[in-house]
Design a protein. Sequence first.
Length: 691
Amino acid sequence: MQKQLITLTKIIGGLAVFLGVLFFFIGGFVKGFTTSDRLIFAIGIIVANVPEGLLPTVTLSLALGVQRMVKRHALIKKLASVETLGSTNVIATDKTGTLTQNEMTVREMWISGQNVDVTGVGYEPKGKFEVEGKEIDKAEIEKKFNLLFKTGVLSNTSKLLPPNEEQKKWTIIGDPTEAALLVAAAKGDFDLDKTYKEALIVHQFPFESVRKRMSVIYRYPKQTIAYIKGAPEETLNLCDKIWLDGKVKKLDEKMRDEILKQNDDYAKRALRVLAFAIKEISQDTTSYKMEDVEKGLTFVGLMAMMDPPRVEVTEAVRKAKTAGIKIIMITGDYGLTADSIAHRIGIVKKESRIITGADIENLSDEELSKAIEEEEVLFARVSPEHKMRVVSVLKSKGHVVAVTGDGVNDAPALKKADIGIAMGISGTDVAKEAADMILTDDNFASIVNAIEEGRAVFDNIRRFITYILASNIPQIVPFILFVVFKVPLSLTILQILAIDLGTDIFPALALGTEKPELSVMERPPRNQKEKLLNARVLLRAYGFLGPVEAAASFGAFLFMFFQNGFGFRAILDLGTQSFNVYKSNPIYIQATTMSLGAIVTTQIGNGYAVRSLRESIFKIGFFTNRFFLWGIASEIAFIFFFINVPPFNSIFGLAPVGSLNWIFLFALAPLPLIFDEVRKLIVRRFFPVKA
């Protein structure tokens, strides 16, 4: 936008100076036009063509865009990012917490070759354990499941908190996935406090996105045991034994295939799966190496958790796709789980291509680029380094990319993206520092809302430009008629200044506060190379709305003469006289007053017309922008003041015109709106939006 504004100011500034100089020299051929008159007129033309409210409008539009985004849970750190959002055509998003509710609940478990259903939702530890619809009694739960519960509890850094005076329900501290393991154990009456007290933690290998697991080592009086949890495939690859019905047995290929099959079944149903394993370590060991601890493990079981999609995400995805925005899921989760969620919320509809982190490492940039361009693609089991590469490839192809992230390792990708988006709730301080935008609710829908607001900012600046440029035509046309056809000048220099510096400025600024147009998310993303002042804006302002205003203004000018018995011949005869002779004629003064009044009143209709590009004002509403209503009120107040209050009316060459003429002027006000409503109707009917 900064580049566009520089270009815009050069174009408009050059045009204004050119017209000013041109009319200065042309004025030399006009009878009675002194050098002083010509100079003042040239200055007036220059002022008329320079949108002096452009910079405050840009600032106001950006600031109000930021304010509205905050209300929609998107905190913008830099004003310039608001405009970039409007050009975004790819969103690379995480899954957990962004597309889903990040409220995990263990729904099923696999242990000793048996699938177990777990009832209950949320963090309250109430629920049953069932096999094929039959509830398992407490004694059997303790016998069969306690080792699985213990492994989940001890390879854990979260806490489960009961209700208190401040929090009336069960809450957690830490990661929701880990908290779900504590809740499952509590449902089975597993004694969490006793388990924590029984052993001393001596070492920990924290979770890493590359290893996809964590290991915690506890020392008991007579043994030392490592408890491991992680991604099923990666954890299972480290196991050579399995715990079955209280006994440790060799893990054969048949059982390994059964576990993987069960994992895939969970994943296809959008369940997030964790595998659990243990390893007994020599009591004499005091130095622990990861490569020694995490091998030769005993597989214990699986827990499958449901993290349901956010209710509003499906509609947000549909809205983004309608707006021509490609959504790419990038997650560390298992591919089938990611694919199931992606299908459920509409990111993919057909059979999708799942690209893993290992696949990315084997693809060249060109191959990765072709893969990304496929309509149905998502990334699973990826590390932050892989995410960074995906973002780099997208940007190299000219895409404007918004990327979400919450971890420390996501910071490079957030910095690389055009818009880095950090999670306000679950995000780390490093991620927030690297981001351009922070989601205060960690919700994907808030990204789409922010893009909508970003598009509105660019539209608002164009509304302002269209509004200002349209009023230039009725200010320039009188001089052309004056020079070419000897028609008396229907607008004086000071009256032009009264329009630009008095009546127009507040309504123009108010257009910068307009909310997003209803169809703004039905359009494709704006190309960053698209000019702020393009042919469409110029044609609408100079070729459509401006001429309507010019015709109304000149009609009001003639209306005053006709009321006083002047015919066309008499008006033209007046124009052949010296300007110094007729500029003090009382009928001429009232006629220029009518001309000025018509420009001001038709600018009201022009303002309503430019409030939207395609939508009817009847759909948007006449009273939905209160700032514009105040702008209209100020515009009317200014013109009444200039016309009726001495000595201002004599300074500007104005005179009171009577109530009948005011009725005529306000009858002209809707003309630009009516003409533009017809144009919009044709556009909507014959040129539908194609995202």
